[in-house]
Design a protein. Structure first.
Length: 517
């Protein structure tokens, strides 16, 4: 192949001394020789600076630019746009390396097929285990128009997910709107968004079947360090793909579903890093609340119950840690975080019961799973066993687990609930016939009824709801009898008058009237 075509290669370096020479040698020993090599020393402090100076002195193709202070951002794009003199441009991270025929193969592929970008496959090298596997590869080359590429995006998206592992046209590179991405200073995924900006200007896109790039995975790379801008990067990446697909009329239901799954996976990764981060519990809580209350979170989780589980575990563990921490957490932040996960149960959280969920891991888990009925059952167990009843208002907690207009919502006396648990459970289920049967039996046994007036009010209301007239009248008669026994004559007279107006007659009622009048 003729070497009349000049290529600009760029590497941005920051403290990558253990891997730097392998990177530099893979470029300088390329089978294709006509290239300039712009290297940016981004304020290295680990001895990388000396290696770069030595290489620059040995090879005139190197143009070394030194920054005295590190900035965690992509500096090479504007510099290449301004300083690059090649017809094509390629980028290599300072801890990665190329196959020695990388430039030769991609240039030949690009020129032969008249495409605006040539993409290649990638080997993944895992630094911790020193193992290698293919990260992305096609069985045969693809040449696609931008529209065809967008229509096939879910099948090829891993290739344009980075700026590296590609050879691009310098004229398009210089006119692409990278600035709109760079000025936002996203913490994560900037490479991918910039690549999409480049693809927006391409007519034809080529993916070779070769595997020419080696990408080094570090056990604790920057991808595993949490930054509050990381989630904004996830959202921006989602929106950037949506824009690209819409511009090519390629956002069909299949790709939309796939894109939601990609975002869920991004959230899972972000939450995993957040969970392991050194942030305090309150900071983690606030990040959780912000992430799961974001409008896009609800959108992508709609009709994706299976994918929801991909990220839910991380959310659950973070929030559970917050409950368990025993810290004075902001209850409003906690409720905001819980609400989208547990819309039914989040309202039961109050400042006076948060520590109960901390103390009872099973209860905390059910809360975060929005398992309304099982929470009620577990709290009922506590009441029955007289656990946590002195420290916490479990009656109020149970009351908050029932609809406001229900009969069960009227019950908040834990002693009543403990004594008449099955009655209470049937009230919660609105199964009023079993309620009346059990309460009638207790009334007929003439046993002492706990909180008798309230007991009878529930009995009478249940009878009215299911239109059980005999039970209703029996309950009213029992109420009149109780008022008489308690010498509450006015209340007794009121009930007897009500029974008279309904035309009810009985020997007991007549006896009560005789005693009252």
């Amino acid at each position: 192949m003729s070497e009349s075509i000049k290529i600009t290669v760029c590497t941005q370096v920051y403290n990558s001394k253990p891997y730097l020479e392998e990177c530099l040698n893979s470029v300088l020993n390329q089978t294709y020789k006509n290239f300039e090599y712009i290297i940016l020393d981004n304020g290295c402090t680990d001895g990388s600076q000396d290696i770069l100076k030595e290489y620059a002195q040995r090879d005139p193709r190197i143009k070394l630019i030194r920054f005295e202070k590190n900035r965690n951002e992509i500096r090479w794009i504007p510099i290449v746009s301004k300083e690059g003199t090649g017809k094509y441009v390629s980028n290599l991270d300072s801890d990665d390396w190329w196959e020695l025929d990388y430039l030769e193969q991609l240039l030949g592929f690009l020129e032969k097929n008249n495409v605006d970008i040539a993409l290649t496959g990638t080997w993944a090298y895992y630094q911790g285990s020193h193992t290698t596997q293919i990260m992305r590869k096609l069985e045969s080359p693809l040449i696609l128009t931008q529209t065809q590429f967008a229509q096939s995006y879910q099948n090829v998206w891993t290739f344009p997910s980075t700026l590296w592992a590609s050879l691009m046209k310098m004229d398009i590179f210089k006119t692409a709107d990278f600035e709109s991405i760079l000025k936002a200073k996203y913490d994560y995924g900037v490479d991918t968004m910039c690549m999409l900006k480049y693809l927006e200007q391409c007519r034809n896109i080529g993916i070779d079947s070769s595997v020419l790039q080696h990408y080094r995975f570090h056990p604790q790379g920057s991808s595993y360090i949490y930054n509050s801008r990381r989630f904004e990067s996830n959202v921006a990446y989602y929106n950037q793909i949506v824009f690209f697909l819409k511009a090519n009329q390629a956002l069909n239901p299949t790709q939309e579903k796939w894109l939601k799954q990609v975002h869920i996976s991004s959230m899972k990764s972000t939450l995993s890093v957040l969970k392991k981060s050194a942030l305090c519990k309150q900071e983690k809580l606030e990040e959780c609340a912000r992430i799961i209350s974001h409008p896009l979170t609800s959108i992508v989780l709609t009709n994706h119950c299976g994918e929801r589980e991909q990220w839910f575990t991380n959310i659950e563990e973070i929030l559970r840690d917050c409950f368990m921490a025993g810290e004075e957490l902001d209850i409003s932040s906690l409720k905001a975080a819980v609400k989208i996960l547990a819309p039914r149960c989040s309202d039961i959280l109050h400042p006076d019961n948060v520590s109960l969920f901390s103390k009872e891991p099973a209860l905390c888990k059910l809360l975060l799973r929005d398992d309304f009925d099982r929470i009620r059952s577990l709290v009922l167990d506590m009441v029955s066993k007289n656990q946590n009843t002195k420290q916490y208002d479990l009656g109020r907690l149970l009351q908050s687990l029932t609809p406001e207009r229900s009969l069960a919502h009227q019950v908040e006396d834990v002693r009543f609930i403990r004594k008449y648990r099955t009655i209470y459970e049937n009230l919660c289920r609105e199964e009023f016939i079993p309620v009346l049967d059990e309460m009638t039996e207790l009334l007929l046994e003439n046993e002492k009824i706990y909180n008798e007036e309230f007991f009878l009010s529930i009995y009478i209301s249940a009878a009215a709801l299911v239109e059980q007239v005999p039970a209703f009248l029996f309950g009213k008669t029992c109420l009149a009898r109780m008022y008489f026994r308690q010498q509450r004559n006015a209340d007794c007279q009121a009930v007897l008058k009500e029974l008279d107006e309904m035309g009810v007659e009985s020997e007991e009622i007549e006896q009560l009237k005789v005693h009252l009048y």
